[in-house]
Design a protein around this ligand. Structure first.
Ligand code: SF4
Length: 422
Protein backbone atom coordinates (compact mmCIF):
# COMPACT_ATOMS: atom_id res chain seq x y z
CA UNK A 1 0.00 0.00 0.00
CA UNK A 2 2.87 2.37 0.81
CA UNK A 3 4.51 1.61 -2.53
CA UNK A 4 1.26 2.46 -4.31
CA UNK A 5 0.93 5.70 -2.29
CA UNK A 6 4.54 6.63 -3.13
CA UNK A 7 3.93 6.05 -6.84
CA UNK A 8 0.89 8.31 -6.69
CA UNK A 9 2.71 11.09 -4.88
CA UNK A 10 5.58 10.80 -7.37
CA UNK A 11 3.02 11.13 -10.20
CA UNK A 12 1.71 14.33 -8.55
CA UNK A 13 5.25 15.73 -8.29
CA UNK A 14 5.94 14.84 -11.94
CA UNK A 15 2.87 16.79 -12.98
CA UNK A 16 4.26 19.75 -11.04
CA UNK A 17 7.42 19.42 -13.13
CA UNK A 18 9.65 17.84 -10.49
CA UNK A 19 11.90 14.91 -11.32
CA UNK A 20 13.44 12.28 -9.08
CA UNK A 21 17.08 11.77 -8.09
CA UNK A 22 18.70 8.94 -6.17
CA UNK A 23 20.41 10.76 -3.29
CA UNK A 24 18.04 12.22 -0.66
CA UNK A 25 20.88 14.45 0.60
CA UNK A 26 20.85 16.26 -2.76
CA UNK A 27 17.09 16.55 -3.25
CA UNK A 28 15.10 19.79 -2.96
CA UNK A 29 12.19 17.78 -1.61
CA UNK A 30 12.36 14.56 0.41
CA UNK A 31 9.20 12.77 1.51
CA UNK A 32 9.53 9.72 3.74
CA UNK A 33 6.60 7.36 3.34
CA UNK A 34 6.63 5.51 6.63
CA UNK A 35 5.51 2.13 7.90
CA UNK A 36 5.14 1.40 11.60
CA UNK A 37 3.76 -2.12 11.41
CA UNK A 38 6.91 -3.28 13.21
CA UNK A 39 9.33 -1.42 15.47
CA UNK A 40 12.23 -2.01 13.05
CA UNK A 41 10.36 -0.16 10.27
CA UNK A 42 9.69 2.81 12.56
CA UNK A 43 13.37 2.82 13.65
CA UNK A 44 14.44 3.01 9.99
CA UNK A 45 12.25 6.06 9.45
CA UNK A 46 13.47 7.87 12.59
CA UNK A 47 17.10 7.05 11.67
CA UNK A 48 16.57 8.60 8.24
CA UNK A 49 15.02 11.67 9.83
CA UNK A 50 18.19 12.05 11.93
CA UNK A 51 20.31 12.12 8.75
CA UNK A 52 17.95 14.59 7.08
CA UNK A 53 18.17 16.89 10.11
CA UNK A 54 21.83 17.53 9.27
CA UNK A 55 20.91 18.22 5.61
CA UNK A 56 18.17 20.64 6.69
CA UNK A 57 20.63 22.41 8.99
CA UNK A 58 22.95 23.07 6.02
CA UNK A 59 20.13 23.79 3.53
CA UNK A 60 17.13 25.24 5.39
CA UNK A 61 15.30 25.89 2.10
CA UNK A 62 14.97 22.19 1.41
CA UNK A 63 11.61 20.57 2.17
CA UNK A 64 11.27 17.47 4.32
CA UNK A 65 7.94 15.71 4.62
CA UNK A 66 6.71 12.58 6.36
CA UNK A 67 3.64 10.67 5.27
CA UNK A 68 2.21 7.24 6.01
CA UNK A 69 1.42 5.28 9.12
CA UNK A 70 3.89 7.08 11.39
CA UNK A 71 1.57 10.09 11.22
CA UNK A 72 -1.55 9.82 13.37
CA UNK A 73 -4.39 12.34 13.69
CA UNK A 74 -2.48 14.22 16.45
CA UNK A 75 0.97 15.36 15.35
CA UNK A 76 2.06 17.49 18.31
CA UNK A 77 4.53 14.95 19.67
CA UNK A 78 6.05 14.28 16.23
CA UNK A 79 6.39 18.02 15.55
CA UNK A 80 8.25 18.44 18.84
CA UNK A 81 10.58 15.48 18.22
CA UNK A 82 11.34 16.26 14.59
CA UNK A 83 11.36 20.04 14.08
CA UNK A 84 13.28 19.55 10.80
CA UNK A 85 10.06 18.25 9.17
CA UNK A 86 8.08 20.83 7.17
CA UNK A 87 4.95 18.81 6.49
CA UNK A 88 3.21 15.79 8.04
CA UNK A 89 0.53 13.83 6.19
CA UNK A 90 -1.51 10.77 7.09
CA UNK A 91 -1.75 7.92 4.56
CA UNK A 92 -3.22 9.03 1.21
CA UNK A 93 -3.39 12.68 2.34
CA UNK A 94 -1.42 14.04 -0.57
CA UNK A 95 -2.79 17.58 -0.53
CA UNK A 96 -0.80 19.01 2.43
CA UNK A 97 2.42 17.75 0.85
CA UNK A 98 1.70 19.13 -2.62
CA UNK A 99 0.50 22.41 -1.08
CA UNK A 100 3.69 22.82 0.99
CA UNK A 101 5.94 22.02 -1.96
CA UNK A 102 3.84 24.15 -4.34
CA UNK A 103 3.98 27.18 -2.06
CA UNK A 104 7.73 26.79 -1.33
CA UNK A 105 8.64 26.45 -5.00
CA UNK A 106 6.01 28.88 -6.31
CA UNK A 107 4.08 26.24 -8.24
CA UNK A 108 0.37 25.66 -8.72
CA UNK A 109 -0.43 22.20 -7.35
CA UNK A 110 -4.24 21.99 -7.38
CA UNK A 111 -4.65 20.52 -10.88
CA UNK A 112 -2.17 17.76 -9.99
CA UNK A 113 -4.42 16.38 -7.24
CA UNK A 114 -7.06 15.23 -9.70
CA UNK A 115 -5.03 12.62 -11.51
CA UNK A 116 -2.23 11.10 -9.50
CA UNK A 117 -1.66 8.14 -11.77
CA UNK A 118 1.90 7.50 -12.98
CA UNK A 119 2.51 8.58 -16.60
CA UNK A 120 4.76 5.56 -17.16
CA UNK A 121 3.55 2.92 -14.71
CA UNK A 122 5.18 -0.44 -14.18
CA UNK A 123 3.79 -3.21 -16.37
CA UNK A 124 2.45 -4.78 -13.16
CA UNK A 125 0.94 -2.06 -11.02
CA UNK A 126 -0.77 -1.67 -7.66
CA UNK A 127 -4.23 -0.12 -7.42
CA UNK A 128 -5.57 0.68 -3.93
CA UNK A 129 -9.31 -0.09 -3.83
CA UNK A 130 -10.15 0.19 -0.12
CA UNK A 131 -8.44 2.30 2.49
CA UNK A 132 -8.33 1.69 6.24
CA UNK A 133 -9.39 -1.27 8.33
CA UNK A 134 -12.29 -1.93 10.71
CA UNK A 135 -10.97 -5.13 12.24
CA UNK A 136 -8.88 -3.92 15.23
CA UNK A 137 -6.74 -7.01 15.70
CA UNK A 138 -5.20 -6.43 19.12
CA UNK A 139 -1.60 -6.35 17.88
CA UNK A 140 -2.15 -4.00 14.95
CA UNK A 141 -1.70 -0.24 14.70
CA UNK A 142 -3.10 0.08 11.16
CA UNK A 143 -6.76 0.97 12.02
CA UNK A 144 -5.54 3.82 14.26
CA UNK A 145 -3.32 5.23 11.53
CA UNK A 146 -5.24 4.50 8.32
CA UNK A 147 -8.73 5.00 9.78
CA UNK A 148 -12.00 3.21 9.02
CA UNK A 149 -12.63 1.35 5.77
CA UNK A 150 -13.56 3.47 2.77
CA UNK A 151 -13.97 1.78 -0.64
CA UNK A 152 -13.40 3.46 -3.97
CA UNK A 153 -16.35 3.11 -6.34
CA UNK A 154 -16.38 0.34 -8.94
CA UNK A 155 -16.60 2.91 -11.76
CA UNK A 156 -13.62 4.88 -10.42
CA UNK A 157 -11.47 1.76 -10.17
CA UNK A 158 -12.52 0.53 -13.63
CA UNK A 159 -11.71 3.93 -15.18
CA UNK A 160 -8.32 3.97 -13.49
CA UNK A 161 -7.54 0.47 -14.74
CA UNK A 162 -8.57 1.51 -18.29
CA UNK A 163 -6.17 4.46 -18.12
CA UNK A 164 -3.37 2.28 -16.74
CA UNK A 165 -3.87 -0.25 -19.55
CA UNK A 166 -3.67 2.55 -22.11
CA UNK A 167 -0.33 3.42 -20.51
CA UNK A 168 0.98 -0.12 -20.96
CA UNK A 169 -0.08 -1.93 -17.77
CA UNK A 170 -0.96 -5.61 -18.19
CA UNK A 171 -1.37 -6.71 -14.61
CA UNK A 172 -3.06 -4.94 -11.70
CA UNK A 173 -2.94 -5.90 -8.04
CA UNK A 174 -5.84 -4.52 -6.04
CA UNK A 175 -4.81 -3.46 -2.58
CA UNK A 176 -6.53 -3.12 0.72
CA UNK A 177 -5.60 -3.78 4.33
CA UNK A 178 -8.63 -6.05 4.20
CA UNK A 179 -9.35 -6.24 0.50
CA UNK A 180 -12.19 -8.78 0.94
CA UNK A 181 -14.16 -6.15 2.80
CA UNK A 182 -14.34 -4.05 -0.38
CA UNK A 183 -17.74 -2.48 -1.05
CA UNK A 184 -19.43 -3.26 2.28
CA UNK A 185 -19.73 0.51 2.82
CA UNK A 186 -21.77 0.98 -0.39
CA UNK A 187 -25.54 1.12 -0.53
CA UNK A 188 -26.68 -1.10 -2.13
CA UNK A 189 -23.72 -3.23 -1.14
CA UNK A 190 -21.25 -4.48 -3.70
CA UNK A 191 -18.31 -6.73 -3.08
CA UNK A 192 -14.89 -7.64 -4.40
CA UNK A 193 -16.44 -10.26 -6.70
CA UNK A 194 -18.52 -7.51 -8.38
CA UNK A 195 -15.39 -5.42 -8.88
CA UNK A 196 -13.44 -8.38 -10.30
CA UNK A 197 -16.24 -9.06 -12.79
CA UNK A 198 -16.32 -5.39 -13.89
CA UNK A 199 -12.55 -4.98 -14.23
CA UNK A 200 -12.30 -8.30 -16.03
CA UNK A 201 -14.05 -6.65 -18.99
CA UNK A 202 -11.27 -4.08 -19.51
CA UNK A 203 -9.71 -4.90 -22.90
CA UNK A 204 -5.94 -5.24 -22.87
CA UNK A 205 -5.74 -6.11 -19.19
CA UNK A 206 -4.28 -9.60 -18.84
CA UNK A 207 -3.96 -10.33 -15.13
CA UNK A 208 -5.70 -9.32 -11.91
CA UNK A 209 -4.48 -10.06 -8.39
CA UNK A 210 -5.52 -8.75 -4.98
CA UNK A 211 -4.26 -8.62 -1.40
CA UNK A 212 -4.48 -8.78 1.57
CA UNK A 213 -7.38 -11.07 2.39
CA UNK A 214 -9.01 -11.75 5.74
CA UNK A 215 -10.28 -15.28 6.47
CA UNK A 216 -13.56 -13.98 7.93
CA UNK A 217 -14.35 -11.84 4.88
CA UNK A 218 -13.15 -14.02 2.02
CA UNK A 219 -16.60 -15.13 0.87
CA UNK A 220 -17.56 -18.04 -1.37
CA UNK A 221 -18.57 -15.44 -3.99
CA UNK A 222 -15.02 -14.05 -4.06
CA UNK A 223 -13.50 -17.53 -4.23
CA UNK A 224 -15.86 -18.46 -7.07
CA UNK A 225 -14.96 -15.26 -8.95
CA UNK A 226 -11.29 -16.24 -8.89
CA UNK A 227 -12.22 -19.62 -10.32
CA UNK A 228 -14.59 -18.21 -12.96
CA UNK A 229 -12.62 -15.25 -14.31
CA UNK A 230 -9.63 -16.24 -16.45
CA UNK A 231 -7.78 -12.95 -15.86
CA UNK A 232 -7.84 -13.37 -12.06
CA UNK A 233 -4.68 -15.22 -11.09
CA UNK A 234 -4.77 -18.43 -9.10
CA UNK A 235 -3.13 -16.97 -6.02
CA UNK A 236 -4.58 -16.32 -2.59
CA UNK A 237 -2.73 -14.67 0.27
CA UNK A 238 -4.68 -15.59 3.40
CA UNK A 239 -2.97 -14.65 6.69
CA UNK A 240 -3.67 -17.02 9.58
CA UNK A 241 -1.34 -15.30 12.11
CA UNK A 242 -1.60 -18.09 14.72
CA UNK A 243 -2.65 -21.74 14.77
CA UNK A 244 -4.01 -21.87 18.28
CA UNK A 245 -7.56 -20.75 19.11
CA UNK A 246 -6.64 -19.13 22.42
CA UNK A 247 -3.93 -17.05 20.74
CA UNK A 248 -6.30 -16.19 17.87
CA UNK A 249 -8.84 -14.98 20.41
CA UNK A 250 -6.24 -12.83 22.19
CA UNK A 251 -5.32 -11.43 18.79
CA UNK A 252 -9.04 -10.83 18.17
CA UNK A 253 -8.76 -12.28 14.68
CA UNK A 254 -12.39 -13.35 14.53
CA UNK A 255 -11.97 -16.96 13.35
CA UNK A 256 -10.82 -20.29 14.71
CA UNK A 257 -8.15 -22.60 13.43
CA UNK A 258 -10.85 -25.00 12.15
CA UNK A 259 -12.65 -22.20 10.30
CA UNK A 260 -9.37 -21.11 8.71
CA UNK A 261 -8.61 -24.64 7.53
CA UNK A 262 -12.15 -24.99 6.15
CA UNK A 263 -11.63 -21.80 4.13
CA UNK A 264 -8.37 -23.15 2.72
CA UNK A 265 -10.12 -26.40 1.78
CA UNK A 266 -12.87 -24.44 -0.02
CA UNK A 267 -10.27 -22.38 -1.91
CA UNK A 268 -8.38 -25.47 -3.01
CA UNK A 269 -11.54 -27.32 -4.03
CA UNK A 270 -12.87 -24.35 -6.03
CA UNK A 271 -9.72 -23.02 -7.74
CA UNK A 272 -7.64 -25.65 -9.54
CA UNK A 273 -3.87 -25.12 -9.30
CA UNK A 274 -4.20 -22.30 -6.77
CA UNK A 275 -1.10 -21.15 -4.87
CA UNK A 276 -1.71 -20.16 -1.26
CA UNK A 277 0.52 -17.90 0.82
CA UNK A 278 0.10 -16.68 4.37
CA UNK A 279 1.28 -14.36 7.12
CA UNK A 280 2.17 -15.65 10.57
CA UNK A 281 3.25 -13.99 13.82
CA UNK A 282 5.46 -15.84 16.30
CA UNK A 283 5.89 -15.03 19.97
CA UNK A 284 2.65 -13.12 20.45
CA UNK A 285 1.99 -12.38 24.11
CA UNK A 286 1.72 -15.59 26.11
CA UNK A 287 2.32 -17.92 23.14
CA UNK A 288 3.59 -21.18 24.67
CA UNK A 289 5.70 -23.77 22.91
CA UNK A 290 2.60 -25.94 22.44
CA UNK A 291 0.71 -23.02 20.93
CA UNK A 292 3.60 -22.32 18.58
CA UNK A 293 3.54 -25.98 17.55
CA UNK A 294 -0.15 -25.55 16.70
CA UNK A 295 0.97 -22.92 14.15
CA UNK A 296 3.49 -25.42 12.82
CA UNK A 297 0.63 -27.94 12.48
CA UNK A 298 -1.21 -25.49 10.22
CA UNK A 299 1.92 -25.07 8.08
CA UNK A 300 2.19 -28.84 7.88
CA UNK A 301 -1.50 -29.31 7.04
CA UNK A 302 -1.73 -26.59 4.38
CA UNK A 303 1.76 -26.59 2.82
CA UNK A 304 1.85 -22.94 1.79
CA UNK A 305 3.69 -21.69 -1.27
CA UNK A 306 5.17 -18.92 0.85
CA UNK A 307 4.99 -17.82 4.50
CA UNK A 308 5.66 -14.26 5.60
CA UNK A 309 6.59 -14.83 9.23
CA UNK A 310 7.39 -12.08 11.72
CA UNK A 311 8.30 -11.89 15.39
CA UNK A 312 5.67 -10.08 17.45
CA UNK A 313 6.71 -6.57 18.40
CA UNK A 314 4.63 -4.32 20.61
CA UNK A 315 3.07 -1.32 18.88
CA UNK A 316 2.27 1.42 21.40
CA UNK A 317 -1.39 2.41 21.24
CA UNK A 318 -2.70 -1.04 20.35
CA UNK A 319 -5.02 -3.11 22.55
CA UNK A 320 -2.26 -5.71 23.03
CA UNK A 321 0.18 -3.06 24.24
CA UNK A 322 -2.25 -2.13 27.01
CA UNK A 323 -3.54 -5.57 27.96
CA UNK A 324 -0.89 -8.21 27.25
CA UNK A 325 2.78 -8.40 28.28
CA UNK A 326 5.39 -9.03 25.57
CA UNK A 327 6.62 -12.07 27.48
CA UNK A 328 8.22 -14.31 24.85
CA UNK A 329 11.95 -13.58 24.76
CA UNK A 330 13.59 -12.21 21.67
CA UNK A 331 15.85 -15.29 21.42
CA UNK A 332 12.83 -17.57 21.55
CA UNK A 333 11.06 -15.57 18.82
CA UNK A 334 14.18 -15.87 16.65
CA UNK A 335 14.31 -19.62 17.25
CA UNK A 336 10.68 -20.01 16.23
CA UNK A 337 11.26 -17.98 13.06
CA UNK A 338 14.20 -20.25 12.24
CA UNK A 339 12.08 -23.38 12.73
CA UNK A 340 9.50 -21.96 10.32
CA UNK A 341 12.13 -20.97 7.74
CA UNK A 342 13.71 -24.44 7.79
CA UNK A 343 10.33 -26.11 7.49
CA UNK A 344 9.26 -23.86 4.63
CA UNK A 345 12.51 -24.57 2.78
CA UNK A 346 11.44 -28.21 2.54
CA UNK A 347 7.83 -27.43 1.64
CA UNK A 348 8.75 -24.86 -1.02
CA UNK A 349 11.42 -27.17 -2.45
CA UNK A 350 8.73 -29.80 -2.91
CA UNK A 351 6.08 -27.43 -4.32
CA UNK A 352 8.46 -25.67 -6.72
CA UNK A 353 9.96 -28.91 -7.98
CA UNK A 354 6.47 -29.69 -9.30
CA UNK A 355 7.05 -26.88 -11.86
CA UNK A 356 10.11 -28.66 -13.31
CA UNK A 357 9.86 -29.56 -17.00
CA UNK A 358 6.55 -27.77 -17.58
CA UNK A 359 5.73 -24.59 -19.49
CA UNK A 360 4.34 -21.46 -17.84
CA UNK A 361 3.27 -18.02 -18.96
CA UNK A 362 5.57 -15.43 -17.38
CA UNK A 363 5.07 -11.65 -17.40
CA UNK A 364 8.57 -10.18 -17.64
CA UNK A 365 8.92 -7.17 -15.37
CA UNK A 366 12.63 -6.92 -14.63
CA UNK A 367 16.15 -7.45 -15.80
CA UNK A 368 19.12 -8.29 -13.63
CA UNK A 369 22.70 -9.32 -14.50
CA UNK A 370 21.92 -10.48 -18.04
CA UNK A 371 18.79 -12.34 -17.06
CA UNK A 372 15.17 -11.28 -17.25
CA UNK A 373 12.84 -11.84 -14.34
CA UNK A 374 9.11 -12.27 -14.24
CA UNK A 375 6.24 -13.93 -12.43
CA UNK A 376 3.96 -16.84 -13.18
CA UNK A 377 0.25 -16.46 -12.55
CA UNK A 378 0.90 -18.12 -9.18
CA UNK A 379 3.49 -15.39 -8.41
CA UNK A 380 6.55 -17.61 -8.69
CA UNK A 381 9.68 -15.60 -9.45
CA UNK A 382 11.26 -16.89 -12.68
CA UNK A 383 14.76 -16.17 -14.03
CA UNK A 384 15.36 -16.61 -17.77
CA UNK A 385 18.17 -15.78 -20.17
CA UNK A 386 16.89 -12.83 -22.18
CA UNK A 387 17.22 -9.25 -23.28
CA UNK A 388 16.03 -6.16 -21.45
CA UNK A 389 13.77 -5.49 -24.45
CA UNK A 390 11.63 -8.43 -23.35
CA UNK A 391 10.50 -6.41 -20.32
CA UNK A 392 6.76 -5.91 -20.35
CA UNK A 393 6.05 -8.94 -22.50
CA UNK A 394 4.53 -12.30 -21.80
CA UNK A 395 6.87 -15.20 -22.54
CA UNK A 396 6.24 -18.90 -22.29
CA UNK A 397 9.01 -20.48 -20.24
CA UNK A 398 9.97 -24.10 -19.89
CA UNK A 399 11.15 -24.58 -16.30
CA UNK A 400 14.54 -26.27 -16.06
CA UNK A 401 15.61 -25.45 -12.52
CA UNK A 402 13.89 -24.85 -9.18
CA UNK A 403 14.88 -23.65 -5.70
CA UNK A 404 12.64 -23.03 -2.69
CA UNK A 405 12.44 -19.36 -3.70
CA UNK A 406 12.47 -19.19 -7.48
CA UNK A 407 12.35 -21.01 -10.81
CA UNK A 408 14.59 -20.76 -13.85
CA UNK A 409 14.19 -21.88 -17.42
CA UNK A 410 14.30 -21.00 -21.09
CA UNK A 411 11.93 -19.02 -23.26
CA UNK A 412 10.00 -21.12 -25.74
CA UNK A 413 7.67 -18.40 -27.05
CA UNK A 414 7.57 -14.59 -26.86
CA UNK A 415 4.45 -12.45 -27.18
CA UNK A 416 4.83 -9.94 -30.06
CA UNK A 417 5.52 -6.33 -29.06
CA UNK A 418 2.56 -3.97 -29.27
CA UNK A 419 2.01 -0.23 -29.38
CA UNK A 420 1.27 1.56 -26.12
CA UNK A 421 -0.88 4.69 -25.90
CA UNK A 422 0.20 7.14 -23.22
S1 SF4 B 1 -7.14 -7.06 9.52
FE1 SF4 B 1 -4.98 -6.61 9.07
S2 SF4 B 1 -4.83 -4.36 8.96
FE2 SF4 B 1 -6.79 -4.86 9.94
S3 SF4 B 1 -6.37 -4.76 12.14
FE3 SF4 B 1 -6.11 -6.92 11.51
S4 SF4 B 1 -3.92 -7.14 10.99
FE4 SF4 B 1 -4.40 -4.93 11.08
Amino acid sequence: MNKADSERLAAGFEQMGLSSIDDPAEADVVILNTCVVRQSAEDTATGMLGKLKRVKHRHPERIIGVMGCMVGPVKTDLERRFPQVDVWAQPQQFEPILATVGSALGMDYEGCLENMIPAAPNIATFVPIIHGCDKFCTFCIIPYRRGREVSRSVSEVVEEVRLLVRRGVKEVTFLGQNVDSYGHDFSPQQDLADLLHSVHQVDGLERIRFLTSHPSDMSSRIIQAIADLPKVCELVNLPFQAGDDEVLERMRRGYTRAEYLEKIAEIRETIPGVAVTTDLIVGFSGETEDQFLRSMDVLEAVKFDKVHSAAYSVRPGTIASRQFPDDVTSDEKKRRLKVIAEFQDHVQTEINSGYQGREYEVLVDGHTRGRITGRTRTDKLVFVEGAESDSGRFVNVKIEGTTPYSLSGRVVEVEPAEAVTV
